[in-house]
Ligand binder design. Structure first.
Ligand SMILES: [Zn+2]
Ligand SMILES: [Zn+2]
Length: 86
């Protein structure tokens, strides 16, 4: 049986990853995850994300007003269909 008091968390210093064992953390730190996160870094709060989609999600979630240019690109124009109802 597992004893809760005996469980230690191995936290990554570079991100908020928590491993259950030392080898978990070793595998994490040796992976490409930090390089990927560096590539997808939020300009507002410098938090890193593993994919551009995660970054976009974060920006919409945390900084919804500051990415108006990105929002404008996504904006779908409303097609006017009320032409001459006669
Ligand atoms: Zn990490
Ligand atoms: Zn951010």
């Amino acid at each position: 049986m597992l004893c809760d008091a005996g469980i230690r968390e191995y936290m990554c210093r570079l991100c908020n990853y928590k491993g259950v064992t030392q080898s978990d953390l070793n595998r994490h730190t040796k992976s490409q995850i930090h390089l990927m996160k560096a590539r997808n870094e939020c300009v507002q709060c410098s938090e890193g994300f593993v994919s551009p989609m995660n970054l976009e999600q974060h920006r919409q979630d945390k900084h919804p007003t500051s990415n108006s240019t990105a929002a404008a690109a996504v904006h779908v124009p409303v097609v006017s269909s009320n032409a001459e109802v006669f």
